[in-house]
Design a protein around this ligand. Sequence first.
Ligand SMILES: [Zn+2]
Length: 124
Amino acid sequence: MKKGTKLYSIVKLKCPRCHVGDLFTNPGLLVFSRILEMPDQCPHCHQDFKLEPGFYTAALWISYPMVLLVFVPSIILGFSLDDLHGFFKFLYPVIILFCFVLQIPVMRLARAILLNMTINYHQK
Ligand SMILES: [Zn+2]
C-alpha cells in the first residue's frame, strides 16, 4: 500500500495529514482496550484530531452502511444454513460473536474515513 494515499491512512489508522502518527493511543485494527481513545493531536505533525465538539458523531453515518454490509449477509447466511441442516443452528452464536467483534475495526475505520474526508495529506 502506497504511503500518501487516503487508503493507506485509513487501513493503517495513521494521521491523515502526515501518515506517520497513530490515530489511536492503542494502535491496531483489532484491540480490546481503549477502543476509541484518541490523542488530542497527532504526536508527529500536531494535527488536531478533535476538530470540533461532537465531530465523531458523523462517524456513525459511515459505520452504519459498513455494519449493514456485514450483518445482512451474516443473517442471510444464518437462515440459509438453517434450511440446509439443523446442525447449523449451533453456528448462530459464532456468527453473532463474529459480528460483535467486527464492531471494533468498523468503528475505528469509520473515524479514520471521516478524518480523511476532512484532512488532506501534506508531504514535508
Ligand atoms: Zn500527523
